[in-house]
Each structure stands twice: as C-alpha cells, then as structure tokens.
Design a protein around this ligand. Structure first.
Ligand SMILES: [Zn+2]
Length: 420
C-alpha cells in the first residue's frame, strides 16, 4: 500500500473513532436490522439451527452437514440443462480444495480499534500479535450473553449469535461462516480474537452503518471468469467459463429487474485479461465489482465460497491465494465495504439454499487486488463434483443463484446507505 492510501484508510477509520461514551457510538440496537440484512436473516428471529447448541464450525467442512439450516433453506434438485457436456476433470485458476495452515502475518498493532481507540479495548500481545478479548466484544457490541467453556464461545443477542472455537479460524455469525485471518485463542474466562480480525471483519459486519469506504453505486460490473481459450475449471459436465457466462447473464437480468445498471466484463465467450477486467471496473463510475467463478477440486469437494481481498497484515485463506498481504494493495482502500459485500452476497446464497457453506474467505486475487471499487469473487459450486455439477449446468439453478446474489447486493446497498 502506498503511504497516501494508508493515510486515506487511517483517515476513514479515524472518522468513526470520535471519542464518545460506550454505547452512544455503537448504536447497535438501531443497526441490528442492517446487520441481519448483511447476514441474510431478514427478521428478528435467531437462526434455525445451533442457536443454543455447541458451536460446531467444522461441521460443514466435510460437505456432509447438508441438514444445516434445513428448516429455512430450500432443497435444490435439478437436472443438467441442455447442452451439458462432459470433459476431463482438471484444475482451474481458482482450484483449491483445502486450506493450508496460516502463515504469520503482522502484529495488527497498526490497525485502529473500533469505536474509541482508548475505550473498552484491552489489547493483549500474544506472541507477536495483538488480540482483544471476547468480554470486551460483548460490552462493545452489547451482547446480553457471553458464554465460554474453555473451548467454545457464544455471544448472544436476540438477533445475533456469534460462535467460535479456540484454535479454529472459523467464525459463525448467525450460522454464516467466516474464515478469520488468525485462529481464536482461549485465555481464562474468554476467547481472544486478533485485532486485525476484529477491525477488518467483525466490526464492519456488526456495524455496517459505520462503514465509510463504500460509496453509493448504481452500477454493477459483473465479471464472468475465464473465457475464450481460458476454459477455467474442467468439470464433470462442462467448462467453468461457460457456466460463469451463463450466471453473469442471469445476474444481469436479476440486477436490472431491481433497478441497477449492469456492465459485463465479457459479454461472450472471449478472452479478457485480468488487467482489462479490473480496468473496466475502475473506469466505471458509481459501481461495485462481482467476479463469478466455479470451483474445482476433489470429486467430493462441494459448496459455496466467497472471497474478499485479504486485509493488509492478514494471510490468504488458501495456499495459492497470495500468502501474507504485507504491504497492502489498492483494493484495501475498501476493506470494510469488501467484507460487507461478501457477507451480504454469501449469506443470501447459503442461507436460502441447502448448499454447503465453505465460508467467506480471503485471497489476493488479481481482480480484487487492483480494484478501486468494492469487489468480491464468488465461487458458485464445484464443477468437479457430480451433484454440484448437475446443479451448475441447470438454467434454473443459475437463475436462483443470480437472484440470491442480486438480493445480497441490494441488502448491501441498503445497509451502507444508512452509513452516509
Ligand atoms: Zn475460475
């Protein structure tokens, strides 16, 4: 990150740190509906599952926990659309099916704390990294209930349930999975979260009205991954590039129906460089950027994952996601908007359908690193999995996913409009 952009980020964050009494600055009760917009829980009721049970953030990893949220989710059973084709399986550009161990990132000392910098946060240095405690989080975000059994943490309010486990990088907010930059620690009667995760993930999701780095937009640049000679992942029934194009067309229709303008980075089966895709977004006024992909991996790998750019000092969630983002990138100027957009879109998709939630993850994908607009990369299932592949090849599935993504974008827009 350049010195000037780092200063700009600091200025943005400092704007929301005007000294004020605890609570007066947070204003959580009035924002809970907006939090739920991001998290995909439109009403005031808690999530259908796990609201009182033990946190089980690993439950979805095997792809076997398809009953999660079954009371509120649709079961999708579809046949492949016409023109489905078979090809040999292989690795696509974004083909990862396992999360490597985290590498060391920065201490996080440079990351401003939410609210009042000198207020409720007791910063604890563990190893070389800064952490904050879940008791401080409970107070700041006004959770009536804090429960920690030495391994599992629950923070509960009538509308928001946060769950995490010591030693895990997975965080559940109303049963939507997030992958933290650093594992949760346990200490005494509370859990510890890295300062970076607090400021760059938890806070913008719990306080979307305080996000100041996402400006108003009326246009969505929809980027269908791959194209032309770059076929992307080779699936059981077809190529990723074709499914991405189909989804982009369905998303264009869904967004236009909702009153937004849409620009496709590639309107047909053509090769477009990553640089050109970013340039299209950066040259389009009042826009956000959505890159659409499908995954490849082992035959059992399944589910949905959404990427937001790794914050400076954090580590990518995937081995090939760019490692540690040491110096910062252009796209980090929208860190809060990026994670809010990822949350809104991902939550809509995984909470509406019975699809495995692989989490909201971090990576330094090229299309996100250089983007001067808020942006995300969405992976709509595994073309290398037979069940996923059947769905992905179906125009009905494409339309349903497109509508969920579009609703997520509208939720993001509503949530952030209250911040301005
Ligand atoms: Zn791809």
């Amino acid at each position: 990150m350049s010195r000037s952009s780092a200063a700009a980020i600091c200025a943005l964050l400092c704007m929301i740190q005007a000294p004020s009494p605890l609570g007066a600055d947070v204003k959580l009760p009035g924002t809970r509906g907006l939090v739920q917009r991001l998290l995909g829980n439109g009403g005031d009721s808690p999530p259908a599952q796990n609201s009182g049970g033990s946190p089980s953030p690993k439950a979805n990893d095997s792809g076997t926990d398809k009953s999660a949220g079954s009371k509120t989710r649709q079961k999708i059973t579809l046949s492949p659309g016409s023109g489905a084709m078979r090809s040999s399986s292989g690795s696509g550009e974004f083909s990862q099916d396992q999360d490597p161990g985290k590498v060391a990132g920065s201490s996080g000392a440079e990351v401003p704390l939410p609210g009042n910098q000198s207020g409720p946060w007791q910063v604890r240095v563990r190893g070389s990294r800064h952490y904050v405690g879940s008791v401080d989080m409970q107070r700041f975000y006004q959770f009536p209930s804090h429960q920690f059994d030495g391994k599992h943490l629950w923070l509960r309010s009538p509308s928001i349930i946060l769950k995490a486990s010591v030693g895990s990088s997975e965080l559940l907010l109303n049963n939507v999975k997030f992958i933290l930059s650093f594992p949760v620690l346990g200490e005494g009667d509370q859990a510890l979260f890295s300062r970076l995760d607090l400021s760059k993930l938890i806070d913008p999701v719990l306080r979307p009205t305080h996000i100041t780095d996402g400006s108003a937009f009326d246009t969505v640049v929809v980027d269908a991954g791959h194209g032309g000679h770059d076929v992307g992942a080779r699936g059981v029934y077809g190529y990723e590039k074709n499914y991405a194009l189909q989804l982009s067309e369905a998303l264009r229709e869904a967004l236009q129906t909702r009153g937004l303008k849409v620009l496709l980075s590639r309107p047909g089966d053509e090769f477009v460089t990553l640089t050109r895709r970013v340039a299209i977004a950066n040259q389009t006024p009042r826009c956000i950027f959505i890159s659409l992909h499908f995954n490849s991996g082992g035959s059992s790998a399944t589910g949905i994952e959404t990427f937001a750019l790794t914050p400076q000092g954090g580590a990518a969630s995937l081995e090939r996601g760019g490692g540690v983002n040491w110096s910062g990138l252009v796209g980090n100027s929208h860190d809060s908007a990026n994670i809010a957009l990822a949350t809104a879109v991902h939550a809509q998709v995984v909470s509406r359908f019975r699809l495995v939630d692989r989490g909201i993850k971090r990576a330094q994908w090229s299309v996100l690193s250089g983007c001067t607009r808020p942006g995300i990369l969405f992976e709509g299932g595994f073309v290398t999995n037979r069940e996923d592949g059947l769905r992905i090849a179906s125009p009905s599935y494409q339309r349903m996913i497109a509508n969920a993504i579009a609703d997520g974008i509208m939720n993001y827009r509503k949530a952030l409009s209250r911040a301005r």
